[in-house]
Unconditional design. Structure first.
Length: 450
């Protein structure tokens, strides 16, 4: 009980609250905007995201991997869902059908994740995600997410309703200023301030935005009550291609767990055991199924938690649990949901662009573990470049593919990771160059002359 009364734990808990908030708040707003949801549903998504993120963190800390690692809405899933939103109109898929099928796929992938955890298959799957796969995954994820953030900074809508959206130059200039301000706080600020750089940048940027562009309507502008319900993205539907893409995304999402737990082994001075993997996957799978039922982005341990732990050295679970409790309370209070849903997307995107630039450091760490032989170079380069190129192909290019695989092949992030898994786990011994008979004779004569 004494531990609960220590001021340092409550202060550290507030730091965790800020970290949970800055990594969560933009996700439901952008998803709601992309699916052109009514205001009440976006508020509901926001409040549900706060409540279940806080609850997921607490459950993982007490019964899962038992470490201070944020369990949040997966960046990989976020990027995949937004990508499918962008390609849906070109493929003639209504957003309601897309949302309903994504929800079905999320529930199915969550069930598979639970089975992976309960069966102990995670120990075998971990071998597939070696340094090469994790390097490609981390780099492609950073490219995908930062593309989304840059779009938000440019003032471009996340929805697909506008026929010819244009860059909002004044909004973009303010976003650039927020990026520079966030970087300066992170690099030059005192440690007691730099750890709050994302939160400070969002608050300051929000105030400046309201002063300059309050009438522009770029914010979500919530004025209605939350419209809670099931399948908020659309009534349950079953499009085979979308469900298959969602299941593949769910399987690749397992890499987040391996990355986050392996990345904290050195800090906790303990190698992650099979029991920890099993419990972690089981809990992540349960919350993934819950997110599918409500229409939220699915859950996974956050690799970015590694940077937060390095910066703050708050390894104890109590502050982490307190941060989760604070976040649940924030989600329960309707006034907070209304306020947070009004945050300008350009401001949140600018702050998160800086945060996810740090994924480059993680990717480079994985690249450094690879011995760059000619074969390994191609194993890394092929999925990396092909994935990036596919990310920026126009959606019309894929209309010639059968409809059931179109959502998958048109997603550069998934294609790159899948190709990396195949290449990294189909290794053949590199043949040594055979010495010619003439060389052997010359070499033999040389030995005889010595």
């Amino acid at each position: 009980m004494r531990e609960w009364m220590k001021v340092k734990h409550w202060t550290a808990g507030m730091q965790w609250l800020f970290f949970l908030f800055t990594n969560t708040v933009v996700i439901p707003i952008t998803i709601g905007s992309a699916f052109e949801l009514e205001q009440g549903k976006i508020v509901a998504l926001l409040q549900l995201s706060f409540i279940f993120t806080g609850l997921a963190c607490i459950v993982q800390a007490l019964f899962g991997h038992r470490r201070s690692i944020m369990e949040g809405q997966s960046g990989l899933w976020w990027g995949v869902i937004l990508s499918m939103c962008y390609i849906a109109p070109a493929q003639g898929i209504p957003l309601s059908v897309l949302g309903g099928s994504i929800s079905a796929g999320i529930v199915l992938s969550g069930l598979i994740t639970v089975l992976v955890g309960l069966s102990g298959l995670s120990a075998h799957i971990a071998k597939w995600f070696n340094a090469g796969v994790m390097a490609v995954f981390t780099f492609l994820l950073a490219v995908r997410l930062n593309t989304i953030f840059l779009k938000g900074m440019l003032g471009l809508p996340f929805s697909t309703g506008e026929a010819a959206p244009q860059i909002d130059v004044p909004v973009f200039l303010l976003s650039c200023a927020i990026v520079l301000f966030t970087i300066l706080l992170s690099v030059k600020g005192h440690p007691s301030i730099s750890r709050y750089s994302l939160l400070i940048s969002i608050i300051v940027g929000w105030i400046v935005y309201e002063a300059l562009f309050s009438a522009s309507g770029e914010t979500a502008g919530m004025s209605s009550d939350p419209a809670f319900g099931l399948f908020l993205l659309g009534d349950l539907s079953f499009d085979a291609g979308i469900i298959m893409t969602a299941v593949v995304a769910g399987m690749l999402n397992l890499s987040n767990t391996f990355g986050a737990l392996k990345g904290t082994d050195s800090m906790y001075q303990d190698e992650t055991g099979n029991r920890q993997y099993r419990r972690s996957f089981t809990i992540s799978g349960v919350f993934t199924m819950v997110s599918g039922v409500f229409g939220m982005v699915p859950y996974a341990p956050y690799v970015s938690s590694i940077g937060f732990l390095h910066q703050t050295r708050i390894l104890e679970r109590l502050p982490f649990i307190l941060g989760g409790i604070f976040f649940i309370i924030m989600g329960i209070i309707p006034a907070v949901g209304h306020l947070m849903a009004q945050m300008p997307l350009s401001v949140g995107s600018a702050a998160l662009l800086v945060a996810y630039m740090r994924l480059l450091q993680t990717a480079l760490g994985y690249f450094a573990q690879i011995e760059m032989t000619p074969a390994n170079l191609y194993r890394v380069a092929a999925p990396l470049f092909i994935g990036i190129i596919f990310l920026f192909f126009p959606t019309e290019y894929f209309l010639s593919f059968p409809a059931f695989i179109r959502p998958l092949v048109s997603n550069g992030l998934l294609i790159g990771i899948l190709l990396s898994l195949v290449l990294e786990n189909s290794r053949f011994k590199e043949r040594k160059r055979k010495q010619s008979r003439r060389f052997k004779l010359i070499k033999g004569e040389a030995y005889q002359n010595e």
